[in-house]
Write a protein that binds this ligand. Structure first.
Ligand code: DP6
Length: 324
């Protein structure tokens, strides 16, 4: 096959990844744990061409610079394994506003790993796909899997890989509260590298977050939704605390983000279990039970004005589209 199309979904970390131990291999400073969402898929087609270079087209626009370099770097790894120098045309369609802290790069690189490996004739296991996706964007290694996934920190290309986690509790959902779809000023890669280099809190973040990965894994094994939610909110706030300590500070959360954190806390006080999280942007993601997601959304709408909300249940891992 010289052409393949794959679909992947974004994932939201319940225990965050923030900071690299190795920039070349994209090894993280701690493990992380996430939920793959059933909304905002990215569809990517990779087709081998006779051209002298790779071509990367995202939502109809040809990419250049850093963004296309990251895609080409993943293609290089695939070419090396496949033993060919053939270039490719990569055409990708996002359904999530790009770079708005909604993890579009996770879905993009998971879809790219799957589509490119098949287009180049490789038959990779999910673990191999996860390693490959990680090289493009760390969080992408988790989007190879559906539902809950844990990215084991690892100390090498081989050991730094995600795996699916079984959840025997009630179905999980995330309400994505979109405050802004504007392109963020500081991307997650630059933001985390800057935090590693300048924040005196980074060490404390690493130590505490490594422990949260273990606690969250136990909560998942015990189907303990309350613990998982509490840990998720803590990990998100600790990640943001590590960046607030950077010089100059990296600040993604706005007053409105905090207003949503407040509203989520108020819901809990009324007995509706929901937990807030946020990534490299102002938008807030709220973990709740699937059967209560509509109620959470409605209750938040009553409290916060001008916020667009999307409800996501757990989504599937990366898969190939049959182009028949
Ligand atoms: C805040 O995976 O985008 O979303 O590995 O440099 O591509 P790179 O970073 P990226 O960082 C994601 C950071 C986060 C938290 C998370 O998804 O765990």
């Amino acid at each position: 096959m010289t052409r393949a199309t794959a679909v992947a979904h974004p994932n939201i970390a319940l225990v965050k990844y923030w900071g690299k131990a190795d920039r070349e291999l994209n090894l993280p400073a701690t493990g992380s744990l996430s939920l793959t969402l059933g909304i905002f898929p990215t569809t990517t087609t990779v087709e081998l061409t006779e051209e002298a270079t790779d071509q990367v087209i995202l939502d109809g626009a040809t990419l250049s610079g850093e963004e296309s370099a990251r895609v080409r770097a993943v293609l290089d790894l695939v070419r090396e394994r496949a033993g060919t120098g053939a270039h490719a045309r990569v055409t990708s369609t996002n359904t999530v506003p790009t770079a708005a802290g909604l993890a579009s790069s996770a879905a993009a690189f998971a879809a790219l790993a799957k589509a490119s490996s098949v287009a180049y004739g490789l038959s990779l296991s999910d673990a191999e796909l996860s390693r490959l996706a990680r090289r493009g964007s760390g969080s992408a290694c988790r989007s190879i899997f559906g539902g809950l996934a844990r990215w084991n920190q690892g100390t090498s290309d081989e050991t730094s890989v995600a795996e699916p986690l079984e959840w025997k509790g009630e179905d999980l959902a995330m309400v994505v509260a979109v405050i802004s779809s504007a392109r963020k000023k500081i991307g997650s890669r630059a933001g985390m590298n800057h935090t590693v280099e300048t924040s005196p809190y980074f060490e404390g973040w690493v130590r505490s977050n490594a422990a949260l990965v273990e606690r969250a894994s136990r909560a998942v094994a015990e189907a303990d939704f309350t613990s998982l939610g509490e840990i998720a909110e803590m990990s998100a706030l600790r990640m943001h605390a590590s960046m607030l300590g950077a010089e100059p500070p990296v600040r993604y959360l706005t007053g409105k983000s905090f207003a949503i954190f407040d509203a989520v806390q108020a819901l809990r006080e009324e007995g509706l279990e929901a937990y807030a999280s946020a990534d490299a942007g102002p938008n807030v993601k709220i973990l709740c039970r699937s059967r209560e997601a509509a109620l959470v959304t409605q209750s938040l709408r009553e409290r916060i004005e001008d916020v667009k909300m999307h409800v996501a249940n757990a989504g599937p891992g990366a898969y190939l589209l049959d182009e028949g």
